[in-house]
Design a protein around this ligand. Sequence first.
Ligand code: KG4
Ligand code: ZN
Length: 342
Amino acid sequence: MGIVLGIESSCDETAAALVDSGRTILAQRIASQDDFHRPYGGVVPEIAARAHAERLAPLIEATLADAGMALGEVDAVAATAGPGLIGGVMVGLVTAKALAMASDKPLIAINHLEGHALSPRLADPALQFPYLLLLVSGGHCQLLLVEGVGRYRRLGTTIDDALGEAFDKTAKVLGLGFPGGPAVERLAREGNPRAVPLPRPLLGSAEPHFSFAGLKSAVLRAKQAGIHQDADIAAAFQQAALDCVIDRTRLALSLADAPSALVVAGGVAANQAVRGALEALAGEHGLPFVAPPLALCTDNAAMIAWAGIERLGQSDPLDFMARPRWPLDPDAAPVRGAGVKA
Ligand code: KG4
Ligand code: ZN
């Protein structure tokens, strides 16, 4: 039985967790920074980095205490080493390096996206490689064939905004505050998705890529028109986004080589409408649908510790550099507009 200490600090959650190879989360703590960033309507990198620096060490100590463990009892220290906001990533990685050095344990540098990609296996021991993964978060929107640990084939990606970003911007336009995804989902339940006509960018196109910038602009125009109920705009936005997600995922399923399951991960996977539609799509294809519990969907350290468990036996050098950009599939062909923020 191995035990890994995981550390996550790539965006606005400071998190630590202890996970064992039997898939038990022995302890985990998350300090959210929502209150710090709310006045700005989005994550401010400098504020995030400072908050991580102030909070991470006591948070790790408390996590070890929760589990009644000493640092010397863990088998490795795993930390997010990218991609993400560089200041925060450096705080987590430097802390992990210091702990690894002090305890003479291996350091495992984890790609944050790999944390999301493998998190469904923490929750579901039956999930086997390869599986088709829809990874939808605030910064990423990708369709990946997960062939094994460290083996990811990117089938599709967004050419502009990530899905979570589109939810957050819609929330901002509707004055719903930050973070926006859950607020848009709540309001959408009270609206009529057919009351506001909105575009479905790239629907039916030949490769399973995504685009949400045009939808975002259409939401802004709908609000500015001043004739629609906010709930109807929220519902129409969510439905349009959902139609795109299902169309693109259906295409990816037809391109993927014998996936064992359809899996969703990342913060937007917390959305019940998204989950429901994907479950139905998986059913159409006779595939199991796997979604991690909500707490494992948004950023957390248990998924980083679990990725460390999946990589137990490996180690990274103590001079491993933080990587603000770190694609899961470095061989994927660049897509027009990819990485360009609208
Ligand atoms: O994975 P995550 O916690 O952080 C990133 O790595 O980006 O994802 C955060 C994103 C945010 O854009 C947030 O608005 C979105 O996930 N999100 C949701 C919901 N809960 C979180 N979007 C739609 N519906 C939700 N219920
Ligand atoms: Zn994330």
